[in-house]
Each structure stands twice: as C-alpha cells, then as structure tokens.
Design a protein around this ligand. Structure first.
Ligand code: NAP
Length: 394
C-alpha cells in the first residue's frame, strides 16, 4: 500500500459500515484497514461482500479490493485479536480511526459490556499507539442519540444530550454513553468527532435494506388498525444513505466545525400521524385510530410476550416492541443543523420512501437475500462501472 490516507475502520461489515465504505471507496482514494470478524483474508473478503452487495456488483467490488486491507480480529479478543504483523501495519500506516463496530443488543448487559466497552477501550489503546508513533489525524466514534437517556417530549442539541444523573433505556444506550466518555478521557490530545445517528431506517434511493429489527416493528404498526399511542408523537427516523455520507464526509474533513453531530432528522422529523397519512395515501393501510389510553396495556402485553421462552413470531414482536417502543413514543428529536451545515445536504423525509421500504421488507420476509461472491475470473469480463446503485436508479 502507498502512503495515501489509510483509515482503520471497524464495523464495515455492518449495515451502516457498508454505506460508509461505499462512499469512501467510490468517491475518495483512501485506503481502508478493516477490522473484520473472520478466520482469514478469504473469509473476510466474503463477509465484506455480504454487506457491500447492496451497493455494488461483484465486478465493482473486486475493483476496489486493492484499496482494502482486511485484518481478521474481534473487539472482544486481547489486542483486538490482530496478528502482530497487522497491528504493526496499522500503527505505522493508519492516519485516522473510525470506530463504528458495536453490539446493538439492547437487552444484554454482558454483550454490551464486552463489545461496546471492552471493545472501544481496545480500539482506544490501538489509537494511542498510532498517536505515539506518528500522530492521529482524527478519531471518529459512531455513537447514537440513545446516549441522551430517558426523555419525554424534548428537542435536543448535541451538547445537551449527555447527563450523568439521567437514567438510560437500556444497556446499549448506557454503554455507548460511557464509550464517548472513554474516548474523551483517554485520547485528550487527539482531534475527535462523535457522530450520533438516530433511528436509521432504509435508503432513500432504493428499496433494499439488510437491517430489519426496527423495520419489522414499523411494518407491524402499519398493519395494526388501532395504534396504541398518540399520533402527535414525533419520531426521529433518518435514511441510511444520508447517515453513511455524513459519517464519511465528516470523518474525512481536515477541520470539521464541531466535535459532536446528530445524524438525525431533527426539526423535520414526522409526527406519527403524518407517516400514517403518507401510508394511507400510498394504499398501504387504512386510516388508523390512535388510542393513547391503550399504551400501558400494549406495553404490558409486549413485555409478557418478550418474557416468554417460546420463540415464535409473537414473542419476536414482543421483544422488538419491548426495546423499541420507548424510541417510538418518547416524542424526542435531535437537532441536526450541524451535520446539514457540514455536508450541505439534508436527510430525505421518511414519508418519501416509507411505503417502498414496507413493501420490500415484507417481500423478503425480513431477511436480506444474500448472494455468494462469484469468482474473480467469472466477473473479469464485466467492466466495473463504478456507478452507485442509488445514483443509477435515481
Ligand atoms: N442502525 C441504527 O439505527 C443505528 C442508530 C444509531 C447508532 N448506530 C451505531 O452505528 C454503528 C453501526 O451500527 P449498524 O447499524 O451498522 O450495526 P450492525 O449492522 O449490527 O453492524 C455492527 C458492526 O459491528 C461489528 N462488530 C460487532 N461486534 C464485533 C466484534 N466483537 N468484533 C468486531 N466487529 C464487531 C459487526 O461485525 P460482524 O459483521 O462480524 O457482525 C458489524 O460490522 C454502531 O456503533 C451503532 O451503535 C446505529
């Protein structure tokens, strides 16, 4: 690899990571050093393809691989599980660190402790080595608006979100909040950026998604004739293509204006009845009845379902609502002026693509149909077009 910007990136095989990698590979000449949970390079190439196929064809994918160095490892393993050779390479060559990998398991204290807290600490330790070797241009930490904890009918700015006396909804929010704290405390002299997405759901350019938890909860609500909460609640949902672009562009800036950014819909967030109206207009549902008085009973039923041992569609839905209901009904939005100003682009309103997302999720039964990676030889004859799927279909 040459001495271009090299980014040590975690979480590239994930939903949001694939958007970031897509923008960086397609629109810049940076090199990516990817911490990847895989046995070896070959398996890492296949794992990364599983995430990237939503964005590109196999020929394009292969054409980018000379700018990707896969580093088999794991956030929870000693020293990130990196080989001595890979670790030395990162320490010598990485110009910045973009830490996206995390567990989004909102129920397990243990998983969040291991992946989010221990994992982030291990990434910070590696970053310190880079800093001591040649200086780190930037450490960007992909966090979440969930660090704001339990809220009720609020409109929040970035600097007002973290309050240590406030309770959190779940171990995910709690550990992500402490991750931000660790990064600040342990990398004091390194330029840092904290990027906090809100509820990321779907792509404004095409129907596909590979992340379904929140989407499934959304589809269940679309199908309910009675909605057990107020239609006046605002829900901060944001499109993944905008979030991925914001993370990439802000991380790559020499001097972003702020250190914390909400990657959210902010003041433009819809009220639930606006989303319902858009779905009625597109023929996906009949007008719902909003009955806020049922919220408590709905929550109880969902909690009971979530607590049952059986694994079936009902208990799955119960588990989803147990963790997501607060984020749907807390009527709290996260102002995004900083990110919109920084990248010169606003998110796409959810109502513009909600119906298409609903159709897609149902058509694949909430499972992305992953295709295996064809051999390099079999795609060699196809020229790599380097056209984003989103742009192509726009
Ligand atoms: N999606 C949202 O709505 C949302 C909202 C707010 C904030 N965020 C934040 O955005 C970031 C990315 O989330 P996402 O939605 O893309 O999640 P995701 O699809 O679940 O991806 C998580 C990524 O982290 C990696 N990872 C998890 N545990 C790991 C470990 N022990 N070692 C190495 N890698 C590990 C996963 O690797 P594998 O592929 O091997 O599993 C995957 O690449 C997270 O920090 C999350 O907190 C997401």
């Amino acid at each position: 690899m040459t001495k271009k910007k090299a980014i040590f990136l975690t979480g590239a095989t994930g939903y949001l990571g694939s958007y970031v990698a897509d923008v960086m590979l397609r629109e810049t000449d940076v090199e990516l050093l990817l911490l990847t949970r895989a046995r070896d390079r070959q398996q890492a190439v296949e794992r990364f393809w599983q995430a990237m196929q939503m964005h590109m064809d196999a020929a394009t994918y292969y054409s980018f691989l000379d700018r990707v160095r896969f580093m088999p490892g794991d956030l929870t393993a000693p020293g990130l599980g990196l080989s001595a050779e890979d670790r030395a390479f990162v320490v010598k060559n990485a110009d910045s660190v973009l830490h996206m990998a995390a567990s989004l398991n909102r129920k397990s204290e243990k998983t969040c402790l291991n992946h989010n807290l221990r994992g982030t600490l291990a990434v910070i330790k590696l970053s310190r080595e880079i800093q001591d070797d040649h200086g780190l241009r930037r450490f960007s930490h992909v966090s979440t608006v969930a660090v704001a904890g339990q809220r009720d009918s609020e409109t929040l700015r970035e600097d007002d979100a973290i309050e240590w006396d406030r309770s959190d909804y779940d171990p995910y929010g709690r550990t992500k909040k402490f991750c931000e704290h660790m990064v600040r405390e342990l990398l004091p002299e390194v330029p840092k950026t904290f990027l906090r997405p809100s509820i990321v759901m779907g792509d404004s350019r095409f129907a596909e998604t590979s992340q379904f938890d929140m989407v499934r909860a959304f589809c269940v609500l679309v199908d309910l004739p009675i909605l057990p909460f107020s239609g006046e609640s605002r829900v901060d949902i944001v499109n993944a293509d905008w979030v991925g672009r914001a993370i990439s562009e802000i991380h790559l800036k020499d001097a972003p204006k702020y250190d914390i950014y909400h990657l959210s819909s902010g003041a433009a967030s819809h009220r639930i009845h606006e989303i319902a109206r858009a779905l009625v207009a597109s023929g996906k549902r009949r007008p719902p009845r909003f009955v806020p008085a049922l919220e408590g009973s709905f929550e109880k039923v969902m909690d009971q379902l979530a607590g049952m041992k059986a694994k079936n569609a009902a208990t799955l839905v119960g588990s989803l609502f147990k963790v997501f209901l607060p984020y749907i009904t807390y009527d709290t939005v996260f102002l995004n002026d900083r990110a919109v100003e920084e990248i010169g682009l606003a998110p796409t309103p959810f109502i513009q693509y909600a119906a298409r997302l609903y159709d897609y999720a149902k058509s694949v039964n909430y499972e992305y149909p992953v295709l295996p990676l064809p051999s390099r030889e079999s795609v060699a004859k196809t020229p790599a077009p380097n056209v984003s799927r989103g742009v192509a279909s726009a």
